[in-house]
Design a protein around this ligand. Structure first.
Ligand SMILES: NC(=O)c1ccc[n+]([C@@H]2O[C@H](COP(=O)([O-])OP(=O)(O)OC[C@H]3O[C@@H](n4cnc5c(N)ncnc54)[C@H](O)[C@@H]3O)[C@@H](O)[C@H]2O)c1
Length: 321
């Protein structure tokens, strides 16, 4: 692939552009406002600086990565002769459909169009498409330049070669892609996350614990284990009779609400959005700058550990051949 395009320079777009550029691709990132692109450039530069400080890449690699990224407000310039487009604009169906219409009037039939949508099925995203077979979903996680997983969702019209090419591209940029066998709302991770959050919210509503207690309990238990030992592997290690008893004894007592909790609606109504408004479950005084720095610093340490372990595994496997 000679050219890759990322549409949208927000929370997700800038991180994905960084990923492609780090892997050596020429990336065009497009947003409608120059200020969004300037912010994206600043975020990418700061993110790369930390990666250099942690000796995960060299200064030369950082410089090369930065020269691989081209910023533009011109959609046509961004998509002209491109091979792969990652659409990461706001989660508004009409906006996405309008953008796809323009894209399809400019690019060749071979260009793959991937969406980073969190919620829309491909059936909806392709309702006006001339070539639905080139559409696919690549769902990243924030911060996408660090979190290893990308969920890939296809539908019955997606061409098999589009799936293969996208899968290989994700591997090449260092991701661990998971291809869903069926398209389903929320894919894997957000479904599990929402089911999990429902119970967290229920515990807070019932006065069992505070939001902070939940963070402490989860970080020190599932959070600690799951990067190396997933929930299914953990059950094998615990013994499936114990899992059966635990599910049987607790399941009937869990929340099965289908409503967003009232306290969450109230928080949003009061403008308590989290870092964006300096107040959510916690309070901030810098729009979360310190929290984001600490999060990324910790995540990079973890990523480095995972990458080192993978490299050692490969070395051992090739030495054994
Ligand atoms: N934020 C997350 O944690 C997350 C995780 C996974 C997937 N997603 C998905 O990624 C997509 C983008 O989310 P985000 O959080 O980065 O949003 P965001 O609001 O931070 O960024 C969106 C960007 O798109 C730009 N934009 C708006 N309209 C545009 C248009 N017509 N053409 C080009 N650019 C346009 C905005 O200026 C902004 O730079 C959404 O589909 C979202 O559901 C978000």
């Amino acid at each position: 692939m000679k050219k890759i395009t990322v549409l949208g320079a927000g929370i997700m777009g800038h991180g994905v552009a960084q990923l492609f550029a780090q892997a050596g691709y020429n990336v065009w990132i497009q947003a409608r406002r120059k200020s969004s692109l300037e912010k994206a450039e600043e975020l990418i530069t700061n993110s790369l600086k930390i990666v250099v400080e942690k000796e995960m890449i060299t200064q030369d690699k950082m410089d090369q990565t930065l020269t691989n990224i081209h910023y533009t407000t011109d959609l046509h310039e961004a998509i002209q002769d491109t091979d792969f487009i990652l659409e990461s604009i706001p989660e508004v169906l009409e906006t996405k459909l309008d953008t796809y219409e323009i894209i399809e009037s400019v690019v060749s039939e071979k260009t793959i169009i991937a969406s980073n949508t969190s919620t829309f099925p491909l059936k909806d995203l392709t309702q006006r498409a001339k070539h639905p077979e080139r559409f696919i979903i690549t769902h990243y996680f924030n911060p996408p330049q660090i979190v290893p997983i990308v969920e890939i969702a296809r539908f019955e019209k997606t061409d098999e070669n589009v799936v293969k090419t996208t899968y290989n591209l994700m591997k090449e940029i260092g991701k661990s892609p998971v291809v869903l066998k069926k398209e389903i709302t929320g894919f894997i991770v957000n479904r599990v996350q929402v089911a999990f959050l429902r119970e967290c919210f229920h515990l807070i509503e019932q006065g069992v614990c505070t939001a902070e207690d939940i963070d402490i309990a989860v970080k020190g238990s599932m959070g600690f284990k799951w990067a190396f030992c997933g929930p299914m592997e953990s059950q094998d290690l615990a013994g499936l009779q114990t899992t059966q008893a635990m599910v049987h004894n607790i399941e009937q007592d869990l929340s099965n609400t289908r409503e967003v909790p009232v306290f969450l609606k109230d928080m949003v109504e009061k403008g308590e959005y989290g870092i964006r408004s300096n107040k959510g479950f916690y309070e901030y005084d810098d729009n979360g700058a310190k929290a984001i720095f600490t999060r990324d610093d910790n995540f990079l340490e973890l990523l480095k550990l995972i990458q080192d372990k993978e490299a050692k595994k490969k070395e051992t496997a090739s030495a054994a051949k």
